[in-house]
Ligand binder design. Sequence first.
Ligand SMILES: *Cc1c(COP(=O)(O)O)cnc(C)c1O
Length: 361
Amino acid sequence: MRENNLKINFNPGPAALPYVVLQEASEAILNYNNTGLSILSIPHRGKLFTDILEESKQLVKELCGIGDDYEVLWMQGGGRMQFCMVPMNFLSQGQIAAYVDSGYWSADAIAHANYYGDVKVLSSSQQDNYRHLPAWPSGIPAGTAYLHFTTNNTIYGTQWKDIPSCTVPLIADMSSDIFSMRRKYTNCDLFYAVAQKNIGPAGATLVVVKKDLLHKVNPGLPPMLSYAGHAKAGSVLNTPPVFAIYTSLLTLRWTKEKGIDNIESENKTKASLLYEEIERNDLFVCNVHEADRSTMNVCFGAANKTLEKKFIDYCEQRNITGIEGHRSVGAFRVSLYNAITVADVLHLVAVMQEFENLNKS
Ligand SMILES: *Cc1c(COP(=O)(O)O)cnc(C)c1O
């Protein structure tokens, strides 16, 4: 056990949060900022929460380098709700919704869009089991309402490092790598991220949308299902997940204090340490194409499948948890979100080397 009694937690989400955030969040449950109130029991339309909302929105803008031409919204319903709301709001009759299919989550976004209208997949790496990114679409068909893609493929371990500019509104699911690196967020007209990876606890979803795009929202939607409705109500259309948003604010403050540049360089160091060990250590293999490898989710396997469960058990004995691959692909996935430290990764690498020595043939 470490000083803080917590395991090294490589879970994909809900994922590890910075320890100081957990401490501050716990204190706020007992007595929020000495107000004599628990954060769990403050009114969502009162000044205490309005201040939390405002500060969080401001920090999101700063961290993404975006201006007042964007609206920051806190919503609920997770990734799947966004998979529904994007086509519901922006796809109309006679138009096409264009998607890039780079893995499980893009495929699920496509499946959801199919409920609403004509969907066209412009490129996909599904045939190669998503071991690499698909080509970026070279042309956008006429009548395309928007192009949707997933910046980081949490389950297959690939990541778009750059956000290309696009001739139609570009919409990105950034759930598993928002705030992990310096990025051209302004190339997106709408991006969203569930909180439970780099932001906070499950229950809150961050949506950032260009005000221009809000004018294109399909009419006739009930406010709860309309981005314009949420924007108009300032993210308090109904009772929001106050505690999840507050804890997210604590992480946003931590992120700002650390600085995106430092976070990016640490994330690169963490990922390199792990990929290099996988390459060096004969017990492990990584089939993801090198150029496309994610800094957030490192997906790999054991060269000898019978050692997979043994390695997971060995890690548990050595205080490491959460390295199982997604149920759809198996093997290992180590999630290196912002709260994971270089020391955490060094510990894992040392454990991989111990395991190598124990299993020498
Ligand atoms: C985790 C994740 C989601 C989660 O969606 P939920 O519906 O909230 O479970 C969506 N997209 C991506 C890319 C993810 O990594």
